[in-house]
Design a protein around this ligand. Sequence first.
Ligand SMILES: Nc1ncnc2c1ncn2[C@@H]1O[C@H](COP(=O)(O)OP(=O)(O)O)[C@@H](O)[C@H]1O
Ligand SMILES: [Mg+2]
Length: 420
Amino acid sequence: MVERGRGNLPAEFTSMIGRAAEVAEGLRALTRTRLLTVTGPGGVGKSRVGVRIARHARRRFPGGIWYAELSAVTGEPALTARVAAAIGRPQARTAEGIAAALRERRALVVLDTCEHLAGPVARLVAVMLRRAPEVKIVVTGRQPLDLAGQRLLYVRPLAEADAVTLFAERAAAVDPDFSLSVGTRAAVAEICRRLDGLPLAIELAAACLRSLTAPELRERLRDRWPLLAAGTTSALPRQRDLRAMVEWSHALCGAEQRVLWAALSVVDGGFERQTAEAIGVEAGLPRVRVGAVLGDLVASSVVLREPMPGGAGYRLLQPYRQVGLELLEARARTRLTARYGAATATPVPRPDGGRETGDVVLSPRELQVAELITEGLTNLEIAGRLVISKRTVDAHVRNILAKGHLTSRTHVAAWMVSHD
Ligand SMILES: Nc1ncnc2c1ncn2[C@@H]1O[C@H](COP(=O)(O)OP(=O)(O)O)[C@@H](O)[C@H]1O
Ligand SMILES: [Mg+2]
C-alpha cells in the first residue's frame, strides 16, 4: 500500500513506540545535510526510524519521497534498476540516468538496508548528490557509508519502558486477553531485558504468547534462546528473521572479525577494552590487529559501545552473542569461558557533558574536530570551519584515531554517535 502524497513510501502497519528523539534528530539533520545515514544493529528499528523521518519530512519535498528497499538486491546493476523503478523511471540504466531524472526536483530518496551494498550505494549516492542538487537522501544500514558529507544517526536498543510497551502491544495482537498487570509486568520487563531491548526480538517473543504465558516465556529465556531456532517447521515464519538477521551480519564480516566476534561471545554482558584485547589475542589474533578488528565490529554494529565505570566498554547484543557462541569451537569455548566468562563489567549511564571514556580523553579541539568529522566534513572543510591549517587538522585526526584505537573516519563518526 502506498500512501497519499507524491512518492511510494510504504505505510506502517503496526504501531510505533518511542523514537521521538531519534526522529527529531533526523529531521533536524536533514535541514543541514543532504545525506543522513541511519545506522545500528540489525532488528533495532533503523528502517522504522528512517521511514518515519521521511514521512514527517514529506512537506519539505514537493518532488516526492521515493523509497527503495534493498535487502534482496545484489550488485550495482540490480541496485540501479531497483532505484530507477522506485523513482518511477525504470528506463534509467545508470546512476547518471537516475540523477538526471531527479534533477531540479526537491525529492527525498530513502535507500533502506544498504549494509551489503556499501560500495555501490556510496557511488550511486555520490552521483545523485553531485548531479541532482535539490535531492536529499536517507540511507539505512548496519554500517555507515564511506562518504564525506554524511550525517550519522545511531539507533540504539529501546529503553526498558518502551520495550515493555512494544511487547504488550504485540502480545495483545496475538492474545486479546493479554494486558500488563501486576502479575505480568515483572515477567515482561525481565523478558525485555533478556532480549536487550531489541525490537525484532521483542516482537518475536511477544508472538510466543499464542502458546505460552509471560512467566513461562521468561523461564524459557532464562536458560536458552528459543527465538533463534533455525529451520524448525513449527517456527513462525518470522521466527527465522532474527537468526537470518544475525547470520547476515556474519556473512558480511571478514575472517578476523568472525574470530573476535565468536570469542567475545563468552562474556555475558558488558566488557572493557582490555578484556576484549586479551580475548582476541587468546583467540589467536595478532595483538596489533585486535584494536582495529574490534573497531570494525563496532562500525558494523555487531559490537555496541557502552560507557563503563572504568572507561570505554563494549557489549554484544544477545542474538549476536548466542550465534557467536554456537560458532565457537567447543574447546576454545570452554577455555575462554573459564578465563573470561565472568569478566563482565556493568555499563553505567553516561554523565551529561564531556566525552571522557577512561582511556579515551579528547582535548576540546580534538572533540570539535571529531564532531565535524561526524557531520561529514573533509579535513579541508574542517580547517576552514575552525580557521586552522589543514595540517593541524590532519594532526588532530591522527591523534583522535590513535587515542580511540580507531582506523578510519567512519570509525570516528560511529564512535562519536554511539557516545552521544
Ligand atoms: N519503535 C518501534 N516501535 C514499534 N515497532 C518497532 C520499533 N522499532 C522497530 N520495530 C519493529 O521491529 C522490527 C525490526 O525493525 P526494523 O526497522 O526492521 O529494524 P532494522 O531496520 O534496524 O533491522 C520491525 O518489525 C519493526 O516494525
Ligand atoms: Mg531494516
